[in-house]
Design a protein around this ligand. Structure first.
Ligand SMILES: Cc1cc2nc3c(=O)[nH]c(=O)nc-3n(C[C@H](O)[C@H](O)[C@H](O)COP(=O)(O)OP(=O)(O)OC[C@H]3O[C@@H](n4cnc5c(N)ncnc54)[C@H](O)[C@@H]3O)c2cc1C
Length: 404
């Protein structure tokens, strides 16, 4: 019989890698990370906005609030320690209509409840002081927010994991999971892996991996593409740091915004368009099995009934640049069609409950010798160190691992 690993982590995104790092730091174990693609951070982690979120948006007491606040500071310390380029540049959230002003109160209260004592309400003039080209009847300054490249963060997690003697295998998509002799046998694109325990951090595929393991996740992952534009060099002066609208409280997305990137340049976006394929980065990417799966899921149709108008609006903005620019002009009126060009996109793995609700909080489910991360949307990259520690604590107990 070949090697039997104590733990196998499925998925080399920021959550899987942070979990593997926490486990390798805290326990004596043999462990392998299996990643489907030929490099780490190939999906959500490598296609995100690169924002270190503050924690202002999340319901006090939620996993998102706790892990974002703790994870944010852990991320800053980690970047300092390992010399990863980052900047605590702060951001401005602006109210664009009278109706949005009370929502600033809610955000301010939430922020304070989550320990963000230094957030500051802004008048329209003070918004201009920070972001001279932004619109807004008022706003909030959030000094805790920052920027980083999460691909660089994951590369460093990888070094730490390997230095601890654990393995990372790319191009190793898990295609089947069987139980035998108290262990799991995982079929992968590069052969069989035997393991005593599994942590599923499969992002866009996490519900399918749970099913493969014999666990009914009682939800389905629905892919929402977020498309980005970049501002041309000559107009970069229109945005100093990060400018966000007040988010629509009905959705777990933040609304199109402007983000300065750590490697330079300003991005605009992302929108939130229903994708026709789980890893569908282009409008024309279609997967019949993926469409069939959500087309036959009751939760999908319940969501459509509730949000079809918003969904059509997002599709329209995706296909029509002028409409996208229109949304951006509400935030920065001087921006014009010719000032931005398409760059890329990311696809969010959003868990959808059978009742049609988009799961707001992180969802981590345990089964015998298994942990399944079933909903890890934004701010999971920010929160990754904290989520990794949380999962490691669960794993130590559930898998009976020896603490160092
Ligand atoms: C457009 C966009 C913008 C975002 N902006 C931010 C932001 O600014 N700040 C922030 O904190 N968060 C942001 N997020 C959220 C953040 O990127 C995600 O929450 C985080 O990356 C999730 O990490 P993950 O490891 O769970 O998933 P992923 O990064 O998707 O990793 C899952 C991995 O599992 C692998 N996999 C799948 N199936 C298998 C299989 N069968 N076998 C082996 N491997 C498999 C995949 O290839 C993938 O690499 C954003 C997300 C998107 C999409």
């Amino acid at each position: 019989m070949g090697q039997v690993y104590d733990v196998t982590v499925i998925g080399g995104g920021v959550v899987g890698m942070a979990t593997a790092m926490a486990l390798s730091n805290r326990t004596e174990l043999s462990m392998v990370v299996l990643e489907a693609e030929d490099h780490l951070a190939a999906h959500q982690t490598g296609h995100n906005s690169g924002v270190i979120h503050s924690g202002i948006y999340y319901k006090p007491g939620s996993l998102k609030a706790k892990n974002c606040v703790e994870g944010r500071e852990a991320m800053y310390s980690f970047c300092e320690k390992y010399n990863i380029a980052h900047e605590r540049c702060g951001k401005v959230i602006v109210a664009l209509t009278e109706a949005e002003l009370p929502q600033l109160d809610t955000l301010e209260k939430r922020g304070k409840a989550n320990g963000l004592v230094d957030i500051r309400r802004l008048t329209a003039a003070q918004v201009k002081g920070l972001e001279p080209h932004a619109a807004g009847l008022g706003g909030i300054h959030v000094p805790y927010t920052g920027i980083v490249d999460y691909k660089a963060v994951v590369a460093t997690y990888g070094k730490i994991i390997q230095e601890a003697g654990c393995e990372i295998r790319t191009s190793s998509r898990v295609t089947k999971v069987e139980h035998a002799g108290g262990n799991f046998i995982l079929q992968t694109a590069k052969g069989e892996v035997q393991t005593r325990a599994i942590v599923n951090c499969g992002g866009l595929q996490s519900d399918r991996i749970a099913h493969m393991c014999g666990v009914d996740p009682k939800l389905q992952i629905i892919p929402f593409r977020g498309e980005y534009f970049e501002i041309v060099k000559e107009k970069e002066h229109l945005v100093r740091n990060l400018v966000y609208p007040v988010p629509d409280p009905r959705f777990p997305f933040l609304g199109v915004h402007f983000t300065r990137m750590i490697e330079g340049g300003i991005e605009a976006g992302p929108n939130a368009v229903l994708a026709f394929k789980r890893e569908g980065y282009e409008f024309g990417d279609i997967s019949i099995p993926d469409l069939f799966q959500y087309g036959t899921y009751i939760g999908f149709w319940r969501m459509v009934l509730k949000f079809w108008k918003t969904g059509i609006g997002e599709m329209y903005r995706s296909l029509n640049k002028a409409a996208f620019v229109g949304a951006l002009q509400k935030l920065v009126p001087e921006i014009e069609n010719k000032d931005i060009h398409r760059t890329g996109s990311g696809v969010r793995a959003q868990a959808l409950a059978p009742n049609g609700a988009l799961l707001d909080d992180f969802a981590i489910e345990e089964a015998d010798h298994m942990i399944h991360v079933l909903n890890a949307p934004s701010p999971a990259a920010t929160a990754s160190i904290s989520i990794g520690e949380t999962i490691a604590t669960m794993a130590i107990k559930n898998f009976g691992l020896h603490v160092k």
